[in-house]
Design a protein around this ligand. Structure first.
Ligand SMILES: Cc1cc2nc3c(=O)[nH]c(=O)nc-3n(C[C@H](O)[C@H](O)[C@H](O)COP(=O)(O)O)c2cc1C
Length: 348
């Protein structure tokens, strides 16, 4: 069956290209996140024992969960079932939430639902976040989005926005007119929290203000400084092709993760503020949590490890947790609430 008018082979090859290219260092906007300029302040007398440190907290007033989560990546293609199963299994073990990749294919091909029924059966406890792009949301009825939520039994639905990526993609759909209205309608009628995220280009303060008061539950700033979708889509075009050259012009386009996070916190919004984009260690995550993020997401480091199998991913996620716990301990914080109350960060 056609995928929103798209050739299924093109869809498969695009998804494979995305994973392959995302792992290349030149696709990373390393250094642009602003994380290097944030420092946590060492506490030589923490006056706590390491085993008192605990990182879990409540999400949407539900049961405690890790503040680290897997950022939305992949779904609906030949290689995605095994990868998603690997990620879901380790999330279940470590009590992380998992964002799934765009569920666009499920909108026109209900056989794609099988991916999630299989994974849900194997991992009944994982908190999943569904995912759809704003360009698709505008053209989709709320009841169809509800079906995406139901097949996953998702805790929340993520709507991603990616204007730069849609411009750089030969088969892209840069049609965003009516996006905010569609988002507000979804947030007010879905019956589950709606989370808005960028995909690595961040949000400005002005946009973050427009997202306030429309019913969204959280905004994940997903700022510049990690995986860059302008670069990845450009990398899919041949050297010398127009889009390849245009992508080069926009290789540093975006608002850094730290700058976006500060802008979001300044809004004093009715939504929770989450952060992602260029998070490469538990210490990076600790910095964003200390500044005020409620949850911190990682994409590229997770898929890189997941491709090595469940054990490799478990090792990587265990390392991220340990780094986060050490950052809490060495700032004298027993939990995330204390980390935030103590204001243990400064700009270098
Ligand atoms: C292979 C891959 C596929 C992705 N697919 C999606 C997607 O379908 N939906 C989405 O919202 N974000 C998607 N993203 C973006 C990530 O969720 C994240 O916002 C971005 O990669 C920045 O995080 P990072 O620097 O930790 O990679 C994808 C990222 C990667 C690496």
């Amino acid at each position: 069956m056609a995928i929103t008018g798209e050739n299924p082979e093109l869809f498969e090859s695009r998804k494979a290209d995305h994973i392959r290219l995302a792992l290349e260092e030149r696709m990373q906007a390393t250094g642009g996140s602003g994380l290097h300029s944030i420092e946590l302040i060492h506490e030589a007398f923490p006056e706590i024992d390491f085993n008192e440190v605990q990182i879990e907290q409540r999400l949407f007033s539900d049961s405690p969960i890790s503040p680290l989560f897997i950022s939305s990546m992949t779904a609906g293609h030949a290689g995605s079932v095994d990868l998603n199963l690997t990620m879901a299994r380790v999330c279940e073990k470590r009590n992380w939430a998992m964002g799934v990749g765009s569920q666009r294919r499920q909108l026109t091909d209900s056989t794609a639902d099988l991916e999630w029924s299989k994974i849900r059966k194997a991992c009944p406890k994982v908190k999943f976040f569904g995912n759809i792009g704003v360009a698709q949301l505008i053209r989709t009825k709320v009841e169809d989005i509800r079906r995406l939520v139901d097949t996953l039994d998702a805790t929340a639905m993520i709507v991603h926005t990616n204007p730069l990526q849609e411009c750089m993609q030969p088969e892209g759909t840069p049609h965003f007119r009516g996006g905010l209205e569609a988002l507000e309608n979804l947030a007010k009628t879905l019956g589950r929290p709606v989370i808005v995220k960028e995909t690595g280009c961040g949000f400005s303060g002005a946009t973050l203000k427009r997202l306030n008061g429309i019913g969204v539950g959280a905004v994940d700033v997903s700022g510049f400084g990690g995986t860059h979708w302008g670069r990845i889509e450009g990398g899919r075009s041949k050297p010398g092709a127009k889009l390849n050259a245009v992508a080069e012009t926009f290789r540093d386009w975006g608002i850094g993760t730290v700058e976006s996070l500060e802008a979001a916190l300044a809004v004093r919004s009715d939504y929770e503020v989450w952060a992602s984009g260029g998070v490469r260690s538990g210490l990076d995550a600790a910095k964003l949590l200390a500044m005020g993020a409620k949850m911190v997401g990682l994409a590229k480091p997770i898929i890189e490890a997941a491709l090595g199998g469940e054990e490799a991913l478990d090792l990587r996620m265990g390392q991220l947790e340990l780094e986060l716990k050490i950052a809490l301990f060495c700032t004298g914080s027993r939990n995330i609430a204390e980390l935030q109350e103590k204001r243990v960060w400064r700009r270098q």
